[in-house]
Design a protein around this ligand. Structure first.
Ligand code: PHB
Length: 395
């Protein structure tokens, strides 16, 4: 890859380095010719499986396009963020300062994302968010170098309230982990459920990542609402679904959720998950050639079924490939790179989507029901739903 632009920008760097005596690692890096891609994901803890699915998706999209970015080979760097917000800044800095990545892909947990967001804003490194839905990342703290390929935390639940009221459930209990993702999912639920005429009789919570649900399930039984709505994900979601059934609530008080509740957990949750209705920007059963080809290829490569996290990782790989191709591999050509990312149309297994002005997907939200260990589409809960981007100065 020796485009004129890269040759020119390298000689400019050499002149700069000669005059300042600094930047030697920068030159070595440019000469190595590889794009440095950092993955900051949870590989341990309740979200471990989510991190693996995202990485699989990213690699699959890039491998399908020849394993290069804009014609350049890739060097990968990985950090296990453990879904620990207290280490967010430190872990992101390892990738940006120590490993000098050109792009940081991460992460799953909203609290950890706030650390990445700080490092991304301070350093200007390209930051692609393959899951974490924290509102601030594409609202008040939005940035030209930060792009999300997943959702905002309130996006799926904004489509949930009406679906529940339409089914006759007028009084609901909400339950979640009390941290940004759960609290912001509640914001979406509250808005949509009350607008549709529903009443939230109680808001219950426990700290992330606790899974001692017993006392809360006893409280739900005594409140006896028409339905329960929740946000849980990963290993904790599988346990919540099983405990809900074991407490005798399944079949008595219908369980609804933000779709993460039933993503990647259907084997672990077993029969207890059957019948659960959720809203989400993806469904296993989307009957499109694009989704079918993706699912087949993923299952062949990784010997497991893809879920929404795999799709989000895959779309991150697609976005990065498209952006890198537009600048012929020169990720330092920032205005052109950002323009390409902003105007990308992602041909995703979830359906085609585009970026909002604040860099978050504008996407359809499906109504799904678990049937035979699959999230089956039973309707479209919202068409081309965009997050408000409130407070984002770019929007
Ligand atoms: C988040 O913390 O933003 C988060 C984590 C797991 C999910 C969804 C959102 O499945």
């Amino acid at each position: 890859m020796t485009s004129r632009r890269i040759v020119l920008s390298r000689s400019a760097a050499l002149i700069g380095a000669a005059s300042t005596g600094l930047l030697l690692p920068e030159i070595a890096r440019a000469q190595s010719g590889k794009v440095r891609v950092g993955l900051m994901l949870p590989y341990t803890g309740t979200f471990a499986q989510l991190g693996v699915a995202i990485e699989n998706g990213v690699r699959m999209a890039i491998d399908e396009r020849g394993g290069k970015l804009g014609g350049r080979d890739i060097e990968w760097f990985k950090v296990d963020d453990e879904s620990d917000p207290s280490k967010g800044v430190e872990n992101a800095s390892k990738l940006v300062q120590r490993d000098k990545v050109d792009v940081l892909i991460g992460t799953v947990h909203s609290g950890v994302q706030m650390g990445i967001q700080k490092v991304a804003r301070d350093s200007g490194v390209l930051s692609l968010i393959p899951n974490a839905g924290v509102l601030a990342a594409t609202r008040s703290l939005c940035a030209p170098n930060v792009f999300r390929t997943s959702f905002t935390n309130s996006q799926p639940t904004l489509a949930l309230g009406k679906a529940m009221v339409d089914r006759g459930h007028k009084k609901a209990v909400w339950i979640t982990w009390k941290y940004a993702a759960g609290n912001e999912a509640f914001e979406g639920f509250k808005e949509s459920y009350t607008a549709a005429g529903g009443t939230i009789v109680k808001e219950l919570g426990l700290p992330f990542p606790n899974v001692e649900f017993q006392a809360l399930l006893t409280e739900i039984a005594s409140l006896n609402p028409d339905a329960v709505a929740c946000f849980f994900a990963g290993g904790g979601a599988a346990k919540f679904i099983r405990d809900y059934a074991a407490a005798g609530l399944k079949g008595k008080i219908p369980l609804y959720g933000s779709g993460f509740l039933t993503e990647g957990v259907l084997d672990a949750a077993g029969p207890a998950a059957e019948g659960i209705i959720t809203t989400m920007h993806y469904s296993d059963s989307l009957d499109t050639p694009r989704n079918k080809a993706f699912r087949l290829a993923y299952a062949k490569t990784f010997r497991s079924q893809p879920d929404v996290y795999a799709v989000q990782g895959y779309d991150t790989g697609l976005l990065l490939s498209q952006g890198a191709a537009a600048v012929k591999g020169d990720l330092s050509a920032k205005p052109a790179l950002y323009k390409a990312l902003e105007s990308a149309v992602i041909d995703s297994p979830r359906g085609k989507w585009t970026m909002s002005k604040s860099h978050n997907p504008i996407q359809d939200i499906y109504l799904r029901q678990v049937e035979n260990k699959e999230n089956k589409v039973i309707g479209i809960a919202a068409k081309a739903l965009a997050d408000s981007g409130a407070g984002c100065k770019m929007a």
